[in-house]
Structures are given as structure tokens and as C-alpha cells.
Design a binder for this molecule. Structure first.
Ligand code: BGC
Length: 726
């Protein structure tokens, strides 16, 4: 396994190996202790993306002169885009002036684009389309060097079942099979060598960060080993197999031990079980967060450095702890040189896989020929339109009728932060970005009057009534500002703010059809919209061509095909909420005493995993399950029963009825996106290797056996139940 993984990593970078393994060993042999420790240190580049370097950009652990530290061989990588000229200048110092010539890596969080932004990853996952993730990765690969970086801290493949956690926006939802495929495709795109310098991907946050108790960011994670291995680990396994060159351990504790110093996790699981051969980079000050009065894993920083290195943390992001402590620890014999050499070797191998000895510089001519912002905007627009999820569409109020007069109301229509979402520091591409720009470009006859804010103040009912009076249909924005999800954005309540509910009521009172346009970075509890709006379109934070993409969907130029990858709750009290839950001994559909339910509301999702409508309708017939030669085959005839062409996402689920541990209600096993013309029927066959149905019971992989159920259908709750035995 180990060998295969490293070969895959190199192949995905397509790098001709600039130096051999023997040369890497010779280099390590030549390095002083200080130079070796330098490789294990990441510091701030102290640069803006363009312009001269400033020395106080972050203030943390920043040496007086970054260039001097590079010259001394005192740093292995920098964080923060520093611009092409500065990147190449740093690299020239590393390659020409330092005693041992080791190229630098410069990384930052280009997670859903750089100058051009695709939608946030949660939205991207709703397209159920690996090619789209790959394309997004290539976009990142091309635009990252333009900002003076050759490393991005993406993809985040943390599974999340609780939308109070703001970082749900950054990941691919709650299903490990789908999430793993998406993450792997992004790794391949990022590491495709498409840009002016190869870019490394970074799988994060290892591991189970999305399982933070009560959805509170950075909080404790307690979970069984079975759940860890069945749900939270598989997307990392897929990412490692896809060749991800780096991995970022998470901030949280996992069953009591912080991931940053967790030897079981970073060595036994990551290297032993998953076969990872790249290097690990701590999260921001992650090692330091294990100190005395925080996680409390050692009395001194020196003690922490010993623990983290022994656990398998190769490079220290920004805490300065390795930089300050390791040389002395080696001299005192408290850290074996073999551990330092191991981490240096991991880092040098990744630099070599990127081809950095062969070509350490960003090729400015290639860059100039590649940055085609108009083409990138078109790509981002096409991607964003595919990520929209149509949640409700009574009386086919969407698509908008040609020539219809539209009143656009609500906050955020012209707010670029809401369109672009989290991690959007480097945006330069603004082609039909806002909604008014998009609607104007699509030739829609509309007026825009905000009438209410996201959270504050009250509804301007007069303005709202006046806007509606002159229109045939109202498109009203609901949700959350794009900056209100992402890191550090946990919330107590995912319900719609009061002012938005009041706006909905005021709109209803006008008697005009209401299209609710949701823009948000997390699933929200929206029972009011589900009940009162005529249509609900989830557009998420759709990126720098978001306005154009939404206009494409509203006008029917694009027929929505997105499907949810996390459940939408009825109320915050249902969280955590996930479709692949274990069964209970007291299942129920009704609210009654001594049954597993809530007495004051439903326990099922408002909109389930896999759900999403189209401007057409689909019907399933002749569903069948057969098992032969180690393959489960699910098949069905799927028909487009409506009047326009559309794409159906055919989904396959299974349930194992009896196991050595209780098994989930349903688990996604395969899917296929099927384009269908009006009236067209396709016979869809999904083949699932029986081995894929195996599951972990603690640390034992158990083959699926006995009575099984399966569904080939359009979401995680519908479909005809098919019975078979293994
Ligand atoms: C985040 C990481 C990110 C890092 C560097 C941290 O606060 O948790 O996801 O990669 O900062 O920006």
C-alpha cells in the first residue's frame, strides 16, 4: 500500500523527479541541526499578495527579517500569499544564497478558487459531480501561483452532521462516500500541474474536527472507533489515495487526545493504516494550543515539542515552538535525531515531488498566458448554476415567465461577501457577480429594493408592498450573510432571524407569488419558507459569478440539478441530524410517549439528504436488486415525465439488517447523473462491489452478510424497498 500511495502522489503531480532518494539522504547528511529544524518551521510570509513585504503583517512568531531567516536555512515554508515577485525573490535566496539549497513552499487557503471563486465547497458537493470538483481544483492550480503560492490548504474533507458548526461551509457535507470522491477529485485537480508552478494539496483537518460537540468550533470530539472509521476517516483515505502531498492535523481532541499530539492518529492511522507518505503541517498554532492552560498536554513548550514530534507532526505552523525548542532538545538528547530526520525527509520528498529542485520559480510568462479571467468567470458561472438546489416549486412558479416583471427584495443582493462566502481574500474576477448584474445580463425586467436586512431592524412594509404591487412575482433573499459561516462562526440557532420571517409574512400579504432565494453557508431551519413561499431555491454562497448563475437558474436557462448533501432541520433542536443514523429499538413516525421522537415536533429532516427538485419530474419503475460474482447490481427504468429536459441524480442506498454492531438506516453506495429529454426513459444500472458494503466494528473490518435492503431512487428517504441476502 505504502509504495502505491507515494507513486500515486508523484504521478498526480506529473513531476520528473529532480533529485533521487539517495540525494535527499545525502542532503540530510549535510544539514546542520539548525537547518534541519528550519525545515520543520512555517512562518508568515509577511507579505501582501502584491507589493513590498511588510514585517508586521501577522505579528505572530515573525522574525525581524524573513529573507534573512530563509538565507540561514531557518524556515521550510511560508504562509500567506506574498505575490509572484516576492515568491521568486524568496526562492532565489533559498536556492542561491542559503548554505544548503532547499526550495521553499508558500501556502494559503485557496479552498474554492483564488482570483475567481467557485461556490463554497458545501455548495459544490450538491452538484454530485466529481468532474466539477476536478475542474475547480484545476482553477485553483492555475490561479494559486498568480498570488505567489504553490500550496493550498484544501480540500477540507471533514464530515459534518451539525450545521451549528460554521465550517460546514468548507466541506463536502455529511456522507463519507460522496465526500471522499469529491475530496479526491479536488486533490487531483489541485495537483494536476496545470499552472505556472505545481501546487500541493492539503487534506484537512485530520481528524473528526466536524464532530465538535454541540457544533462549537474547536470543541471536544468524542466518538466510537467504529463511527470514526466508518464515517470520518474514509474521505481522508480517498484523499491519500488520490495522492494528497500534505495533511493538516486538526485542533480538536479526539477521545481525549488533541490531534496535534496524537500518535495513534498521526502515525498508526495516517501512516500505518492509510499509507500516507507526504508531510503533516499543524493547524495555526495547533501545537502551542496543547500547552499548560489550554489542552494541557505538557507543562512546558519543550515538553510539547517532544510530544508533537514523536506523534508525527512534521511542520509547525506559526506557533514558533519547534523553532524555539527543538535545537536545544536535540542537544540535550531529549529528541532523537532520527525523529528530526524522519520529518525533514517527509518534507524534502514532497518538495521533490513538486519538482521544486528542477524548477523552483513561478513562470511569469506562463502565468500571463494562463490567467484568462473571462474564461474562468464562465467556468465559475456554469459550476455555480449546477450547485443550486430547488427545494420547493409550487405551481411551477419557477422558471420565471419570459417578460415577467420581478421585484427583487431582501439583503445582500449587491454584497460581494455574501456571494463569495468564506476564504475569499484574493478575489479579482467580478463578472456578473451580484444579483442585479446577473438579472440585467439575462434581460430580466426587475427592480431592486432591499426592504429588510439580514438580522437587524424591521421590515419596510410600505416599500415592500409598493415593490410587489408593480411586479408579477417577488424574488426575496433570505439566509445569512456570507461572512457568517466558516471558521469561528458557530451559532446557537440556525433558524431564520425574526426580521426575515416578518418579511415573508409581509410578502405573503401582497398576494404575489414569492420565490425565496436562499443565500447561506450552512443548512438553516426554514419551516416558514417551506410552508409559505411558493418556491425555494438554495443558491448558497455561489462565488464570483454567482449573480449570473442565479439568473441562469431563475430564468430556466439552466434547469436545477443540485441535491442536498446535508439535511435541513425543522428546528435547531434536531441537531446533530444525519440520514445515515443508526436505528433505535423504538422507531416511530408519530409523536408518542416512550418512542424515539420529540414530543413537540418532528424528528425527521425538513429536507433530507439527497433531496432536490428539477423543472421537470422523474419516475422510477422496474427496480431490481441482484447479487452475482461479488457485485450488487441495482437497476431501474428512469423516465423524464415532464415537459423540459433535465438531469436526475439516481442514488443507490443499502441497509444491513443484522450486524455485529447496529447498522445505519441507509448508506449511500453509488450514484449516477442521468440527463433525460422529455418523455425519455433510460435503464440505469448501478454496480456496487459487495466488498464496499463491509464496515468497521472498532478496529475490525467486517464483511456485510445476511439479510439486506436496498433502494435505487431519488433521495435518502424515498424508493421501493428491495430485499436480498448476502
Ligand atoms: C484553519 C485552517 C487554515 C489555517 C491557515 C486555521 O485557523 O483552521 O483551516 O488552513 O488557519 O490559514
Amino acid at each position: 500500500m505504502r509504495k502505491i500511495v507515494m507513486v500515486a502522489a508523484l504521478a498526480s503531480c506529473g513531476a520528473a523527479m529532480a533529485i533521487t532518494d539517495a540525494e535527499i539522504e545525502a542532503l540530510i547528511g549535510k544539514m546542520t541541526v539548525e537547518e534541519k529544524v528550519g525545515q520543520l518551521v512555517q512562518l508568515a510570509s509577511a507579505g501582501k499578495a502584491d507589493g513590498p513585504l511588510s514585517e508586521d503583517a501577522t505579528g505572530v512568531a515573525l522574525p525581524a527579517d524573513v529573507a534573512e531567516t530563509v538565507r540561514k536555512g531557518g524556515v521550510g515554508s511560508l504562509i500567506g500569499a506574498c505575490g509572484v515577485a516576492n515568491f521568486n525573490a524568496f526562492q532565489r535566496i533559498a536556492m542561491n544564497e542559503a548554505r544548503v539549497k532547499i526550495p521553499l513552499m508558500v501556502g494559503h487557503d485557496m479552498i474554492h478558487g483564488v482570483m475567481t471563486q467557485a461556490p463554497i465547497p458545501l455548495a459544490l458537493s450538491c452538484a454530485w459531480d466529481e468532474k466539477l470538483w476536478y475542474d475547480c481544483g484545476r482553477l485553483i492550480a492555475v490561479e494559486t501561483p498568480a498570488k505567489g503560492c504553490n500550496w493550498t490548504f484544501a480540500p477540507m474533507v471533514d464530515m459534518c452532521r451539525d450545521s451549528r458548526w460554521g465550517r460546514i461551509a468548507e466541506g463536502p457535507g455529511q456522507d463519507p462516500y460522496l465526500g471522499g470522491k469529491m475530496g479526491a477529485a479536488l486533490v487531483k485537480g489541485i495537483q494536476s500541474r496545470a499552472g505556472a508552478l505545481p501546487v500541493a494539496a492539503c487534506l484537512k483537518h485530520f481528524a473528526a474536527y466536524g464532530g465538535a460537540e454541540a457544533g462549537r468550533d474547536y470543541n471536544t470530539v468524542e466518538m466510537s472507533e467504529s463511527t470514526f472509521r466508518n464515517v470520518y476517516l474514509p474521505p481522508f483515505e480517498d484523499g491519500v489515495r488520490a495522492g494528497a502531498l500534505t495533511v493538516m492535523p486538526a485542533f480538536n481532541t479526539l477521545n481525549g487526545v488533541p490531534c496535534s499530539v496524537n500518535k495513534w492518529l498521526l502515525t498508526d492511522i495516517l501512516r500505518g493504516h492509510l499509507g500516507f507518505e507526504g508531510f503533516t503541517i499543524s493547524d495555526w498554532e495547533g501545537v502551542k494550543e496543547c500547552e499548560f492552560d489550554r489542552h494541557g498536554m505538557a507543562e512546558t513548550h519543550a515538553g510539547l515539542a517532544v510530544l508533537a514530534l514523536a506523534a508525527g507532526m512534521d511542520q509547525d505552523m506559526m506557533s514558533g515552538l519547534y523553532q524555539r525548542e527543538l535545537v536545544q532538545l536535540i542537544q540535550d538528547g531529549k529528541v532523537p535525531m532520527s525523529e528530526i530526520d524522519r520529518s525533514v525527509r517527509n518534507i524534502l520528498k514532497v518538495k521533490n515531488a513538486l519538482g521544486l529542485w528542477e524548477n523552483p520559480y513561478i513562470d511569469e510568462a506562463k502565468l500571463a498566458s494562463q490567467i484568462d479571467l473571462a474564461a474562468h468567470a464562465r467556468l465559475a458561472r456554469a459550476i455555480a448554476a449546477k450547485c443550486c438546489v430547488l427545494l420547493k416549486n409550487d405551481n411551477s412558479v419557477l422558471p420565471l415567465e419570459k417578460g415577467a416583471r420581478v421585484a427583487l427584495v431582501g439583503p445582500g443582493a449587491e454584497d460581494c461577501d455574501s456571494i463569495s462566502g468564506t476564504w475569499s481574500a484574493y478575489i479579482e474576477n467580478r463578472f456578473e457577480m451580484t444579483l442585479p448584474e446577473g438579472l440585467r445580463g439575462a434581460g430580466v425586467d426587475f427592480t431592486y429594493t432591499p426592504c429588510y436586512d439580514w438580522k437587524k431592524g424591521s421590515v419596510d412594509s410600505d416599500a415592500l408592498a409598493a415593490a410587489a404591487a408593480k411586479a408579477d412575482v417577488v424574488v426575496a433573499i433570505f439566509g445569512q450573510r456570507g461572512t457568517e459561516s466558516g471558521e469561528g462562526w458557530s451559532v446557537l440557532d440556525v433558524a431564520l432571524p425574526k426580521v426575515q420571517v416578518e418579511a415573508l409574512d409581509a410578502l405573503k400579504a401582497t398576494g404575489k407569488p414569492v420565490v425565496a432565494l436562499l443565500m447561506n453557508g450552512r443548512p438553516l431551519a426554514i419551516p416558514e419558507l417551506a410552508e409559505k413561499a411558493d418556491a425555494v431555491l438554495e443558491a448558497w454562497c455561489p462565488g464570483t459569478s454567482g449573480g449570473g448563475a442565479i439568473a441562469d437558474v431563475l430564468t430556466g436557462k439552466v434547469n436545477p440539478e443540485g441535491r442536498l448533501t446535508t439535511e435541513f432541520p425543522v428546528a435547531t433542536g434536531q441537531l446533530p441530524l444525519y440520514y445515515n443514523r443508526l436505528r433505535t429499538g423504538r422507531p416511530t413516525e408519530v409523536s408518542a410517549q416512550y418512542l424515539s421522537c420529540y414530543r413537540d415536533g418532528p424528528f425527521r429532516a425538513l429536507y433530507p439528504f439527497g433531496y432536490g427538485l428539477s423543472y421537470t419530474t422523474f419516475a422510477y419503475a422496474n427496480e431490481k436488486a441482484t447479487v452475482a460474482d461479488g457485485t450488487l447490481t441495482l437497476e431501474a427504468d428512469v423516465t423524464n415525465t415532464g415537459r423540459v429536459a433535465g438531469v436526475e441524480t439516481v442514488q443507490a442506498y443499502t441497509r444491513q439488517m443484522v450486524g455485529v454492531e447496529s447498522r445505519p438506516v441507509r448508506e449511500l453506495r453509488a450514484w449516477r447523473k442521468v440527463p433525460l429529454a422529455p418523455g425519455e426513459t433510460q435503464h440505469v444500472v448501478l454496480n456496487i462491489p459487495v466488498a464496499q458494503l463491509s464496515y468497521w466494528a472498532k478496529d475490525r473490518l467486517v464483511p456485510a452478510a445476511g439479510p439486506m435492503r436496498a433502494w435505487i431512487t431519488s433521495d435518502s428517504v424515498s424508493g421501493k424497498t428491495l430485499e436480498f441476502r448476502l
